[in-house]
Design a protein around this ligand. Structure first.
Ligand SMILES: [Zn+2]
Length: 320
């Protein structure tokens, strides 16, 4: 049962000392008040209410529906334990008509597949780019419609953010996203469980963060990625920034020279070492405290990071 095997996503390596903390504290409680606003992100319009039909095969769209059947158990990943030099590049917040096509050419020239976590509002404004991302063989994930902090929304609004974006991506590419990257990595345990159970989506965080949205410096982007990367890494970057895209040729060529192989998130997860559910359940939490630069590794998500399987029966929704 390869697809159903539980893998043990590994916790992120401790961030480097040169990278400044962006969050003053590590607890879920403070994260949501301390996360800085994403300075580059202009206000994004809400999805027109009647624009998208509900995704017809949404597995549990009806209230009280059973947990999603199927071979894959939703989980949360910051990285994946692998036996080879495999990594996944992920690009968030696009598509951007200026920068994303340039990145696509760089990836194509090197036969590299990546994963794009798109915003619904930006996808709606640049549908042809979304189609070209998919046509080039890249994976597309859901990054919400308008980049809110999901824990600050009512559950119905979270659902709308996810459903509108997934419906749009499906309408453009024929494939519904199976991964969600919460904006800012902000999530709560109850919200994560809700998303896993209602949509069967796994949450994808990251283990390499060059803070490219903050520094806007191609050299820093390059240096931080090269410093933090290791096998099994999920690399976070943003294809909406010219400095990030400018850093990519050198980053990609140096990673290639080091022997790294680039996989989509799905491919990386499939490369993960299978472990028995019992082992996964017993996997200890990381001993090192993960420093606050890494927002998703909160106490709330830490249990999922070591592989919390879905409970056999769905917990009632709307409890948070
Ligand atoms: Zn984002």
């Amino acid at each position: 049962m390869p697809a159903a095997q539980a893998h043990v996503p590994v916790a992120a390596p401790a961030p480097t000392s040169s990278a400044p903390a962006i969050l003053p504290d590590f607890s879920t409680r403070t994260i949501f008040s301390a996360i800085p606003a994403l300075p580059s992100l202009p206000a994004l319009p809400a999805a027109p209410a009647a624009l998208f039909q509900p995704v017809p095969d949404a597995p549990a769209a009806a209230p009280g529906a059973a947990p999603v059947p199927g071979p894959r158990q939703p989980m949360a990943y910051t990285s994946v334990e692998v036996d080879g030099p495999y990594i996944a590049l992920t690009f968030d917040d696009g598509p951007n008509p200026e920068t994303t096509p340039k990145l696509l050419k760089m990836l194509e020239a090197r036969n590299i597949k990546a994963t794009f976590f798109v915003l619904g509002a930006r996808a709606a404004a640049a549908p042809d780019i979304v189609k070209s991302i998919a046509a080039a063989g890249h994976e597309i994930g859901n990054h919400s419609w308008s980049h809110p902090q999901l824990p600050k929304l009512a559950v119905a609004a979270v659902d709308k953010q996810i459903e509108d974006t997934s419906a749009l991506v499906q309408s453009l590419t024929g494939t519904k996203p199976i991964y969600l990257r919460p904006p800012y990595g902000a999530i709560t345990q109850s919200l994560q469980q809700h998303i896993e159970e209602k949509y069967g989506m796994s949450l994808i965080f990251w283990s390499v963060d060059p803070l490219d949205w903050k520094y806007r410096d191609a050299q820093v982007v390059h240096d931080q990625i090269m410093k933090q990367v290791r096998p099994g890494a999920i690399v976070l970057a943003h294809d909406i920034h010219a400095t990030t895209v400018a850093a990519m040729p050198r980053v990609l060529d140096e990673l290639i020279a080091k022997g790294y192989k680039f996989l989509t998130v799905s491919e990386l997860i499939a490369k993960g070492k299978p472990v028995s559910p019992k082992v996964a359940a017993l996997a200890p939490a990381p001993k090192k405290k993960v420093r606050p630069i890494h927002p998703p590794v909160t106490p709330a998500s830490a249990t999922a990071v070591v592989g919390r399987p879905l409970p056999p029966a769905a917990a009632p929704a709307g409890q948070f």
